[in-house]
Design a protein around this ligand. Structure first.
Ligand code: 5RP
Length: 262
């Protein structure tokens, strides 16, 4: 691994260096969900949260139009797209942002979705591999967002299949969902694994989810809706951070979150 790639990876996941988790903050939802609740006006709602994340995952347009140019947070740029929530099968994605543009945007990593077991599995895996060829030439780490086919459960069997495939193809970070026996998934991937938060759940449950994931070996979270759709996003990202980075118990973090709301 080149020094540049390693350096970028450690900026995206600073916890790797000191054995803690890291907080990646994901706001890329609009690339297939449109004006997602909580992200209607990212400039107002997201900018106050930036100082509490370790890195920010988003799509090109929002980066260019909503994120201040003096932002020092490492950027993880979504480079796959090609479908919307209106489609039955959402796997028809391709590489849509060049590595040249990613470099121009000064990103620290790029993110691409693979859809294992879905109609366009082959296309996404081949495009993903080609992205790795290109991004690694310039020392840019690649994060694999592992989606599984619609008919498959998000359980250990399918999520570890997708995650291990991504690792075998050369991913530098795997993003997947938490599942039962999650430590077994982490153990079959030789690169850092982070979890998505998924749909909004009660704040106490989201903190427990983050805690379970890190306890089971995740290198952190790449969380979106459970932060920006929380009753108080700025308090929630701090609560998530306390659990993931500082090892505070989810109960304690929730207590602090609740008292900050008053
Ligand atoms: C969409 C993504 C999102 O970034 C991801 O799902 C994280 O957000 P959330 O915590 O809201 O699930 O990769 O494909």
């Amino acid at each position: 691994m080149s020094w540049g790639l390693n350096n970028r990876l450690n900026r995206v996941l600073p916890g790797l260096a000191n054995g803690t988790g890291s907080v990646m903050f994901a706001i890329d939802h609009g690339y297939f969900m449109g004006p997602t609740s909580g992200l209607e006006n990212p400039k107002d709602t997201i900018v106050p949260l930036l100082s509490y994340g370790d890195s920010l995952m988003l799509a090109r347009g929002i980066l260019q139009s909503c994120i201040p140019q003096d932002c020092s947070l490492p950027i993880v740029l979504r480079v796959s797209s090609g479908n919307s929530i209106l489609n039955e099968d959402m796997s028809n994605e391709e590489l849509c942002v060049s590595t040249e543009d990613a470099i121009r945007l000064n990103v620290s990593a790029v993110a691409f979705s693979i859809y294992v077991g879905a109609e366009y599995e082959h296309q996404t895996l081949v495009e993903f591999s080609k992205l790795i060829n290109e991004a690694h030439r310039y020392g840019i780490p690649v994060l694999a967002v592992t989606a599984v086919g619609k008919q498959m459960n998000r359980d250990l069997r399918y999520l570890s299949l997708a995650s291990r495939i991504a690792a075998e193809l050369g991913a530098d970070i795997i993003k997947t969902y938490y599942c039962e026996d999650f430590s077994r998934l982490v153990n079959v991937c030789h690169v850092p694994v982070v979890i998505a938060g998924g749909k909004k759940i009660p704040e106490a449950d989201a903190l427990q989810l983050a805690y379970n994931a890190v306890s089971d070996g995740a290198s952190g979270v790449d969380m979106g809706r459970n932060i920006f759709q929380a009753e108080s996003p700025v308090d929630m990202i701090q609560a998530v951070r306390s659990v993931v980075v500082e090892g505070v118990s989810p109960k304690e973090a929730y207590k602090k979150y609740k008292s900050a709301l008053k």
